[in-house]
Design a protein around this ligand. Sequence first.
Ligand code: NAI
Ligand code: SOE
Length: 382
Amino acid sequence: MEKIKVAVAGTGFIGPAHIEALRRLPNVEVVGLAEANAELAKTKADQLGIPRSYGDFQEVVNDPDINCVHICTPNFLHYPMSKAALLAGKNVVCEKPLATSTKEAEELVQIAREKGVVNALHFNVRYYPLVRQMKTMREKGDLGDIFSITGSYLQDWLFLNTDYNWRLEPDKSGESRAIADIGSHLMDLIEYVTGLHVTEVLADFSTVHKTRMKPLKPVETYSGKMLTPEDYQEVAINTEDHANVLLRFDNGNKGVITVSQVAAGRKNRLNVEISGSKQNLEWCSEKPNELWIGKRETANQSLMRDPSLVYKEAAQIISYPGGHNEGFADCSKQLFKEVYAAVAQGKQPENPLFPTFADGLRELVLCDKMIESHKKQAWVKI
Ligand code: NAI
Ligand code: SOE
């Protein structure tokens, strides 16, 4: 079997997670890695055991062997890199957010459509099996009509004013931060699971730390390096640490989300509760193998992730029996499994199960409307 050859651009936090997940697929081989410069690319390629290193993304685009490119760089590079790869006829898996503006995202959706290549967004949260179980339960009518949706995505890695990362800089990250960075996962999940569309938003953002201490030399917040005062300069922050958004849906009912990157103790917690006319579902990314099912007339239930207990649609993305926990890393494998089935077929499916560039565009539209609503302090129609 000839393997599908892949290159991954950007190997900070999430790039290596893509590489690991890709290595678990039998028909795929990661042959190349692109980084910000040739020296870094070579070092990373050696560390990760990848034969080819590219110090300039254009070298990936020009490499005729590369069939599919994974874009795992900071947000502002998603558009130029995706565009160049698509125009060269390559299949593309891009990290969220798809771009830093809806205009760019629209262009990418258009080019991908014209080229007919496979295009996927790494909305990996969709690939927790119990998330697919919630979607399937809703599709089968187990929830009844959806009355309301409550969601939150809370983190604490930007809790201190000394926490710093490129995501705080709009020229690298985009005009919105918390909403674009993590609210995008939550909003994608809500529309995916419920099948509803948001029609109007009322958003209120806050920037808790109006200034932050930026390290003078680049240091990743995640690295845990201890800095001293002379290592910093104070810089103004213009993106939101926290956001509350009221939502109106196309079934006439309502929802609310809260997103925060300054919630102490919440490491990476996406929580969603969907209240239906028959029952209530609650799921949390920090306990991804349990689904709470709330009842009015009988005892509530807790459904474990077990292929023999869930619908077959959810069992499809479970690799191990109940009690053998699966988590974050497994989501990417399951997502890529569906993407590479399409790559092997040579074209984007009509209605792919996996998230696409069109889904990436949808999240940018919602994000833009939330920014507009916050600025006007008024409801904004989508
Ligand atoms: P990071 O800062 O840890 O890594 C970014 C990497 O890109 C670095 O290694 C950097 O040297 C490299 N890079 C910068 N310029 C480059 C260039 N011109 N060519 C090639 N490489 C270049 O960032 P992180 O956390 O990995 O995030 C990357 C993207 O992935 C972001 O868009 C983020 O939103 C998304 N992400 C998604 C996650 C998910 O679960 N879906 C999780 C983490 C990040
Ligand atoms: C940082 O907030 C981050 O790495 C996001 O960029 C990811 O999308 C999320 O999955 C985890 O947190």
